[in-house]
Ligand binder design. Structure first.
Ligand code: NDP
Length: 255
């Protein structure tokens, strides 16, 4: 095998929540590796701008605005892709939200919102993708977990529960779909510089906590997930299944 095994030409990747942040960086990386990318988000204006930016860089891009928590919307989005002749070979379940407060202050609505966006979405979008990948006998599913897939911190209980769920949902997908030529793996990012962490990066105490607890002594950049995403999207990972790879500056190895 050579580096050509990382080539994604001829493949189409749907990346949920790719209008900004980690999803946008992953989509750009997969496009640079040769894939056609389908961007997704809720905010139509932001999604169009993200798609235009990638097109301007010469990439093949589609935009699919839908809410990953809405079963009917997910099914309809896949039907639109079917009608346009777009086959999803690679799915990156990345869309997510985070709410921070003590567990005792969370409402049930907030709990469900976080679980729906970070976990149920991976089931809903993953199911539609797999229903199409299974008859084709191949596919790649990458679920974005977190450091919190394996560790708990105060003030993010529903997020932690959802990301822990992502780890085992990934294993369940791998267990059921491996025989159909599908590999399902997860990426567990550490503390990354995105909108999601805006309030934390600008909080000097939190900023120095992250830097002191991360062996690399810094926050991660979104583009630092790209190599792992390309690996898990490509033939290079055809015998890797049900794994979570932490991209966290070493934090999960010392917590
Ligand atoms: P951002 O807040 O920067 O971006 C979130 C993305 O998800 C946006 O594109 C947003 O779309 C989209 N999104 C949110 N809700 C929905 C929905 N219901 N339907 C469709 N799209 C939706 O987050 P990050 O880039 O930081 O995070 C991306 C993923 O990485 C998340 O799963 C997160 O939990 C995970 N992660 C992030 C870490 C970090 O440090 N940043 C660390 C570990 C994991 P729109 O622009 O329309 O709102």
């Amino acid at each position: 095998m050579s580096v050509t095994q990382f080539n994604l030409e001829g493949r189409t990747a749907l990346v949920t929540g790719s209008s900004r942040g980690l999803g946008q960086a992953i989509a750009r990386g997969l496009a640079e590796a040769g894939a056609t990318v389908v961007l997704n988000g809720m905010d139509a204006e932001r999604l169009t701008a993200a798609a235009d930016a990638l097109r301007a860089e010469g990439h093949s891009v589609h935009a699919a605005a839908f809410d990953v928590t809405d079963e009917a919307a997910v099914i309809a989005a896949f039907r639109r892709l079917d009608a346009a002749g777009i086959e999803v070979d690679i799915l990156v379940n990345n869309a997510g939200i985070q709410l921070r407060k003590p567990l005792v202050d969370f409402s049930a609505e907030e709990w469900h919102r976080v679980l729906d966006t970070n976990l149920t979405s991976a089931f809903l979008v993953g199911r539609e993708a797999a229903r199409r990948m299974i008859p084709r006998g191949r596919g790649k599913v990458i679920n974005i977990g977190s450091l919190m897939s394996n560790f708990a911190r105060p003030t993010v209980a529903p997020y932690t529960a959802a990301k822990g769920g992502i780890k085992l949902l990934t294993q369940a997908m791998a267990a059921e779909w491996a025989e159909h030529g599908i590999q399902a793996n997860a990426i567990g990012p550490g503390y990354m510089l995105t909108d999601m962490n805006q309030a934390l990066t600008s909080n000097p105490q939190f900023d120095s906590w992250v830097k002191s607890r991360t062996p690399s002594r810094r926050w991660g950049r979104p583009d630092e997930l790209v190599g792992t995403a390309i690996f898990l999207s490509s033939a290079a990972s055809d015998y890797v299944n049900g794994q979570i790879i932490y991209v966290d500056g070493g934090m999960s190895s010392v917590l």
